[in-house]
Design a protein around this ligand. Structure first.
Ligand code: ATP
Length: 507
């Protein structure tokens, strides 16, 4: 699995999806750039989210607020005091870790061992296998489960008590399973604030310390009444926003899974107090449906309820996706109560209330938030789409191909137009076809290399359709359309192409 991940990272670079930032200077930790195909895929993911949230919900509207905000925003939101991660150093290796992530990895190892035993048994016993009974009776599974429960119990308690000493103790006690087995010298655990700060204004005019926003949500909260009043919005309604966020993550790990500069797609849904659980359930279901519509396989998704609720939440769950390195959070769905609006009301001295004409009273609304990282979504989609397979090749032999089985609606290039040869007017004809479609689909023209090689290159970036222009095209205006997943080819009239493709591209 780790191997697959390495290949995926290499593939991202080779095919212009993701590059390390400032690579010629040996890169910058946990910061990445998106290449020619990456930017298309990323834009398509954002559009797919925006359309499903804003266009399909008549009570959700958009916003684009600034990255810089008044510094008091972050005092009110709790980020100045509480947006911390627990940091621990290993004295032997001089490496730095996030204590909670270290413990989560430890728990994942126990889970991995249990899964392995179960997989082995399932193979051995086939249809007769009874997993529940096996879990109860197999001594190895039981021993690992006991350890897992023990660590989990201690972990949840330490988090809730904010007990940094105990977090360290868990790491020390279970050292054998830690990535640095044998090294025992850990520092104390201390809190580390994740916000980046900078100065605004020159010192002459009195510079002030401001922050790069660590989430887009606060821009929505402070604009709540602006949007509600100017848009004549009635509760319940939502405000959606896509934008950059910045966190000084302790450890740069797992490629674009944890970045210091990343993008979020967040929606805050304002509801009547007391109705938040109903809407929490509603958005949980909507968001899970959205993820599953990507066609990566329903079994790759699960909900994971939080072990510790954030200071603002009364319910929270994550949508997790099975990455090559295990199930990981892609999206958070949080019931944030009236915490944020109330805090802003208190710190700004401005009312943050909604007048409810039906109840004939004013109140601070409750909020359900859906928060997803564009980059994590990007990674999950690529991980799900990346496929290596054996396909029939030349002379009856099989050959392997790498194909990104992306849903056509988000594929970076929808259509590649390929003249069979570079003469006899074929390139001109191909470009003519491209002109016909380039306002509707992202098209690519390619004439270099054999047709087989060109198909493979398009497979590798996930292009769902290749249109080949040959000599017959010049006679009867027909082309071959070659499908990425089935590799089947079909002869169709140019006049039919649009209809065929739109039929496949809508989801
Ligand atoms: P984690 O526990 O992994 O640090 P979080 O619970 O702090 O994440 P939230 O604050 O709920 O994350 O952020 C919402 C979403 O933003 C996450 O589900 C994730 O998709 C994305 N996100 C958060 N931090 C990062 C990051 N450093 N890099 C990329 N995406 C991120």
């Amino acid at each position: 699995q780790e191997d697959v991940f390495k290949k995926l990272v290499a593939h991202c670079k080779e095919y212009g999806f993701v590059f390390q930032s400032s690579e010629i200077y040996d890169g910058l930790g946990a910061v990445y750039d998106y290449g020619q195909n990456g930017v298309e895929l990323k834009n398509n993911i954002k559009k797919y989210w925006w359309d499903s949230m804003v266009l399909l919900h008549e009570n959700v509207v958009g916003l684009d607020s600034a990255i810089f905000m008044h510094p008091t925003t972050w005092k009110a939101s709790g980020h100045v005091d509480a947006f911390n991660d627990p940091l621990i150093d290993n004295k032997d290796s001089k490496k730095r870790y996030r204590a909670d992530v270290l413990i989560e990895d430890l728990m994942a190892k126990f889970e991995g061992k249990i899964d392995k035993e179960i997989e082995k048994a399932r193979k051995k016993f086939g249809d007769d296998f009874d997993e529940a009974q096996f879990r109860e009776t197999n001594p190895r599974v039981k021993a690992n489960q006991d350890k897992l429960d023990e660590v989990h119990g201690r972990f949840v308690k330490a988090l809730n008590d904010n007990d940094l000493t105990e977090l360290r103790q868990i790491i020390v006690d279970y050292e054998v399973a830690c990535p640095l087995s044998g090294s025992k010298e850990w520092t104390d655990v201390r809190q580390f604030n994740l916000m980046f700060s900078t100065e605004m204004g020159s010192t002459a005019e009195g510079a002030s310390k401001i922050y790069l926003r660590p989430e887009t949500a606060q821009g929505i909260f402070v604009n709540f009444l602006n949007v509600q009043k100017t848009g004549r919005m009635k509760l319940p309604f939502g405000i959606a926003q896509i934008g950059k966020a910045f966190r000084n993550e302790i450890v740069a790990r797992q490629f674009i899974f944890r970045m210091r500069e990343f993008e979020q797609m967040e929606m805050q849904f304002f509801v009547r107090p007391g109705e938040e659980m109903k809407w929490f359930e509603y958005w949980k279901e909507m968001r899970m449906k959205w993820h599953k519509s990507m066609g990566m396989g329903d079994e790759k998704y699960r909900f994971h309820d939080h072990d510790k609720l954030a200071h603002y939440a009364n319910a929270a769950t994550d949508v997790e996706f099975e990455m090559p390195f295990g199930f990981k959070e892609v999206e958070g769905i949080h019931s944030r109560t009236d915490f944020d609006l109330s805090q802003h009301q208190e710190f700004s001295g401005k009312k943050m209330q909604y007048f409810d004409p039906e109840l004939n009273k004013s109140y601070v609304p409750y909020v359900i938030e859906t928060s997803i990282g564009v980059d994590r979504m990007f990674l999950s989609i690529l991980a799900g789409a990346y496929t290596e397979e054996e396909v029939p090749g030349k002379d009856g032999k099989s050959e392997s191909r790498v194909v990104l089985k992306l849903p056509p609606v988000i594929a970076p290039v929808k259509l590649a137009v390929l003249p069979l040869v570079r003469k006899d007017g074929l390139p001109e004809k191909a470009l003519e076809i491209m002109d016909q479609f380039k306002f509707d689909f992202n098209c690519r023209y390619e004439e270099k290399d054999s047709i087989g090689k060109r198909y493979r290159r398009q497979d590798a970036i996930g292009t769902p359709f290749c249109i080949t222009v040959d000599h017959q095209t010049m006679e009867d205006d027909s082309v071959t359309i070659r499908y990425r997943d089935s590799m089947e080819q079909e002869r169709v009239k140019i006049s039919e192409l649009y209809k065929i493709m739109t039929g496949h591209i809508s989801m």
